[in-house]
Write a protein that binds this ligand. Structure first.
Ligand code: ADP
Ligand code: CIR
Length: 352
């Protein structure tokens, strides 16, 4: 039985929730959507559960399946516009730019401040639901299909798939400490059903150098990742683009013209791209203007063990915040400009 009335009652009774979901889920919208269901059986309950159980959510909503973005559009649309700061829901065609002639290279040639660089995209198979509407058998099938494709990659992308089920705790810990592997500790994702049947159907693929990685069935069906030590954003980005293009030859990814690539969380829609550096910026981060500078450059600061974690030793994860309404190369450029500004300030430059 659905516990939607209880979730709704809790949300209405609290003043604590500042999430975009609570902002836009008005009584009118609730009445309109409460009995709707997607073809895969996705409901409003599935979408808002995490945001109600975690009243400190920022976004507070996940899509039960790709069709939820249309079925529950009265709620999703304003949230998406607000998060991505766009007035209309439009997403340009994919454009990775000219990867052979990028107008940037290493963002920190001195090697003093940037510890590592990572660019990832989320992708969803267009034939499967997201966690609330995905059962164990479907997840395992999807893992098998994905694994078959991953294990045929060649050249620099060639690698091995390691299922999480059966991986020793020591290996998991080492991979996690080195920022390669995910875990099941995100309470927002947990409440959304993201860890159902954990660890079945999950795994990680990587090449020998651990510079090209694919997460299978973490938050999204796929997270395609390129990363390396230092600040050479051009090299990291180029490798990622080549990985995406190889996988696209074999896999069909869910995409809508107005929303771009469809992902479990609406914050990832569009390019689904997050380009980040781990960068030492103790001075800038301590400035009262830090938050304003990040907002001005549309960049986001996270702790070094991922979202909802703390910074360690003045090292922050700085990434592009917007993913929708701009192309891949524009998202990368947005992050690059923000990181360059933070580095300039850290090195003693004047505030503009
Ligand atoms: P995402 O949404 O991009 O998957 P998370 O914030 O959950 O991001 O981070 C996932 C993992 O990637 C974490 O272990 C984090 O430490 C690691 N990570 C993110 N950016 C970098 C980076 N620039 N260098 C090294 N590791 C990174
Ligand atoms: C929140 O609303 O704060 C969480 N559900 C996280 C939102 C964005 N992050 C994500 O999807 N990883």
């Amino acid at each position: 039985m659905s516990d939607l009335p209880q979730l709704w009652k809790k949300l209405r009774a609290t003043k604590e929730s500042k999430s975009l979901m609570s902002k836009y889920l008005t009584p009118e919208i609730y009445e309109k959507l409460k009995d709707k269901k997607t073809k895969l059986g996705g409901t409003l309950t599935d979408c808002i559960r995490s945001g109600v159980e975690n009243l400190d959510s920022g976004v507070g909503i996940y899509a039960s399946d790709p069709a939820a973005y249309q079925e529950f559009s009265e709620l999703f649309d304003p949230i998406i516009k607000d998060y991505h700061k766009v007035e209309a829901l439009y997403h340009p065609p994919t454009d990775f730019g000219n990867v052979e002639q990028l107008n940037f290279g290493d963002l920190d040639p001195s090697g003093e401040l940037i510890v590592s660089t990572r660019v990832r995209v989320g992708r969803s198979h267009d034939s499967y639901g997201f966690p609330p509407t995905l059962n164990k058998e479907q997840r395992v099938n999807m893992e098998r299909n994905t694994r078959d494709v991953l294990e045929k990659l060649t050249g620099e992308l060639k690698g091995t798939y390691y299922p999480l089920d059966g991986m020793t705790p020591e290996t998991q810990k080492k991979l996690m400490d080195d920022h390669f592997l995910f875990n099941d500790s995100d309470r927002f994702l947990k409440a959304a059903g993201g860890y159902n049947d954990w660890p079945v159907g999950r795994g990680i693929f990587f090449n020998d150098n651990k510079t090209f990685l694919v997460w299978v069935n973490e938050e999204d069906h796929l997270r395609i990742i390129s990363m390396q030590k230092g600040g050479d954003l051009a090299a990291v980005y180029k490798r990622l683009v080549s990985g995406i293009q190889e996988l696209e030859k074999k896999l069909q990814f869910a995409r809508l013209p107005n929303l771009g690539y469809l992902t479990f969380c609406p914050s990832n829609l569009g390019t689904a791209l997050r380009a980040s550096v781990h960068v030492k910026i103790p001075k800038v981060a301590a400035m009262p203007e830090f938050k304003t500078i990040c907002d001005e450059y549309s960049i986001q600061a996270r702790g070094i063990h991922g979202e909802h974690t703390e910074s360690l030793g003045g090292v922050y994860d700085i990434s592009n915040k917007r993913r929708l309404g701009l192309t891949e190369i524009q998202a990368i450029e947005e992050m690059r400009r923000g990181v360059e500004e933070l580095i300039r300030l850290e090195k003693g430059g004047e505030l503009k």
